[in-house]
Write a protein that binds this ligand. Structure first.
Ligand code: DP6
Length: 401
């Protein structure tokens, strides 16, 4: 008997123009367009195996090996049902000989190769991998933009993980959401020098989730209305042009300004939401000073910070500056564990904390070990990948390996 199964992996993305606010909470339709860089799934990824079988009793998901109940009418169920519907309409109704996979229950195992506790956006890569593996299982003829319509209903930012490189989520205007999907602005190969240094900031408190935080912002922030109408449309056009021209100065300016404004609308929410902590703010001070020196010496910016709904910093930079940034962070934030030097910046030697010449060291205080609990160096990457049977996360019985 044949086994109907597929495995896919999908990347994380980090927005430069932030999605924050929904005009439809069920369909997950945003109040503004957004734009992100897809990060390399060789380093950070979600992998998902899906199998359809007539003997399975009900749709079941295991997340990192643990049974994760699928809530009826919830986001996960919506994605699975939508993909089953496409299987029926696009494949089974057209070809009577196609197996009726849409009528079978599915077993799904998903695994993140980074700790969910790191506070990195696992829902984006997770839903993108889920949608990609089911689309492959069902042999759907759908394009990544079409699949992004479904991933969007799992988690808004997930729609952007259906592409590699530089990706826009066009907000759309239709009530049914059919024009709210992701498009590729430029492939990874257009500007492969884009690197990212992620500072995983130690965070004891459980913060406000994106979903509830953005809803409160929509309901209470006057500043959000200004942002939606008068700020984001121009920024989307300007950053797309900057990416086309590989203009890092413009890219960096817009990215930092948009991160700042996202945290400003969070603060403008009633009651206010604070996602950045003192460590996040110290990293901003370091990047501002680093850019001041760079501007003075070369006339160009070298780094762009951005923060999502938590204290972690993502610093975009061009490959040639990554070493200086890793040294700068080490100078102020001593590390317990050795830096994973996957780009061979330090030739086998440990990283020594260091600032560039002319840097005003007084802009921040050195912190204790563990204030930044990890530094991940990665770069722009490709979109979802289909993997071979040897990468399957399910065993012969259809449960996690
Ligand atoms: C700050 O996509 O996690 O990371 O659609 O409710 O699941 P839901 O929200 P989510 O929000 C991401 C918010 C952000 C900005 C961004 O990624 O654009």
């Amino acid at each position: 008997m044949s086994v109907f199964q597929a495995t896919a992996s999908a990347p994380v993305n980090i927005a430069c123009i932030k999605y924050w606010g929904k005009r439809d909470t069920k369909l997950i339709l945003p109040t503004n367009s957004s734009l992100s860089v897809t990060l390399d799934q060789d380093h950070l990824r979600s992998t998902t195996t899906s199998r359809a079988d007539p003997s399975f009793k009900k749709d079941t998901l295991w997340l990192n090996g643990k049974d994760d109940p699928i809530k009826e009418g919830g986001r996960l169920a919506t994605c699975i049902n939508e993909l089953k519907r496409l299987r029926k309409v696009l494949v089974e109704d057209k070809d009577a000989s196609a197996p009726k996979l849409s009528t079978y229950a599915v077993h799904i195992a998903s695994y993140n190769n980074f700790p969910t506790a790191a506070g990195l956006a696992s829902s984006a890569s997770g839903f993108a991998a889920l949608v990609s593996s089911l689309a492959k299982l069902y042999e759907l003829p759908s394009t990544p933009s079409e699949l992004s319509l479904i991933a969007r209903q799992g988690s808004g930012s997930a729609c952007r993980s259906l592409f590699g490189g530089y990706v826009a989520w066009e907000m759309g205007t239709k009530a049914d959401g059919s024009d709210s999907y992701a498009v590729e602005v430029a492939p990874q190969s257009h500007w492969p020098e884009m690197h990212a240094v992620i500072c995983v900031v130690n965070d004891a408190k459980k913060g406000t989730s994106s979903t509830s935080g953005m809803q409160r912002t929509v309901e209470t922030s006057a500043l959000l209305q200004h942002r939606i109408k008068h700020v984001v449309p121009k920024r989307m056009a300007d950053i797309s042009a900057a990416i086309q021209a590989r203009d890092f100065d413009a890219f960096a300016q817009i990215t930092m300004a948009d991160s700042n404004q996202f945290h400003a609308v969070a603060l403008d929410t009633e009651p206010p939401i604070f996602y950045m902590n003192d460590v996040s703010k110290a990293i901003i001070a370091l990047i501002v000073e680093y850019n001041r020196v760079a501007l003075e010496k070369t006339g160009h910016l070298k780094a762009a910070y951005t923060y999502d709904a938590g204290p972690n910093a993502v610093i975009y930079t061009l490959q040639e500056n990554a070493k200086e940034i890793v040294e700068l962070i080490h100078k102020y934030f001593p590390q317990k564990e050795a830096f994973n030097d996957r780009f061979q910046l330090f030739g086998g030697e440990g990283v020594k904390g260091k600032v560039v010449e002319g840097f005003n060291e007084a802009v921040a205080q050195p912190h204790e070990v563990d204030a930044v609990k990890g530094i991940i160096h990665t770069k722009v990457g490709d979109g979802p990948r289909t993997l071979g049977a040897e990468e399957s996360l399910l065993n012969a019985e259809g449960t996690p390996k």
